[in-house]
Design a protein around this ligand. Structure first.
Ligand code: CDP
Ligand code: MG
Length: 145
């Protein structure tokens, strides 16, 4: 059993649709504990730095625009194999290919506005969690009542 942490972002268009509660419910049902959470509107420079691996891609400008349109709900999830387990719950990047019952299949509006972000490896989870949170902002599952 590997207990991992991963970063989740509910993207601005999904926050605007008022589905934070529905998504959080799915996470908690899947035994992914929310151990830290904040709502913030990414600045263009924050979004560009966060998505730096995609800076040469054709969709980059559109992605930055979508990610800065309004507030995002950013959280850290903790659980068994959290990185892979959250990726499965999310569904494929392109909602056309997302399996039925996944969050993206149900809530994506387009390939770019695909409802949520999740870290894709333990290296990116560490980088992405540290991008938004300090260890004092996180409350490990083992410390929760
Ligand atoms: O988010 P995920 O890790 O599944 O996919 P990614 O390949 O890391 O791409 C990051 C984000 O860029 C996606 O979630 C989409 O919002 C966006 N994207 C896009 O707009 N067009 C593409 N062809 C690929 C990704
Ligand atoms: Mg990715």
């Amino acid at each position: 059993m590997t207990i991992e942490r991963t970063l989740s972002i509910i993207k601005p268009h999904a926050v605007a649709k008022k589905i934070i509660g529905k998504i959080f419910y799915r996470l908690e049902c899947a035994k992914l504990a929310i151990i830290g959470c904040k709502m913030l509107q990414l600045t263009p420079s924050q979004a560009k730095e966060f998505y730096v691996e995609h800076q040469e891609k054709i969709f980059f400008q559109n992605l930055i625009q979508c990610m800065t349109l309004g507030p995002s709900m950013i959280s850290v999830l903790e659980g068994e194999n959290a990185i892979q387990s959250y990726r499965q719950l999310m569904g494929a990047t392109n909602p056309i290919h997302a399996l039925s019952g996944t969050i993206r299949a149900d809530y994506a509006d387009s390939l770019t506005e695909n409802a949520i972000h999740g870290s894709d490896s333990s290296t990116s989870a560490t980088r992405e969690i540290n991008f938004f949170f300090s260890c004092h902002d996180l409350f490990s599952k083992s410390c929760q009542l």
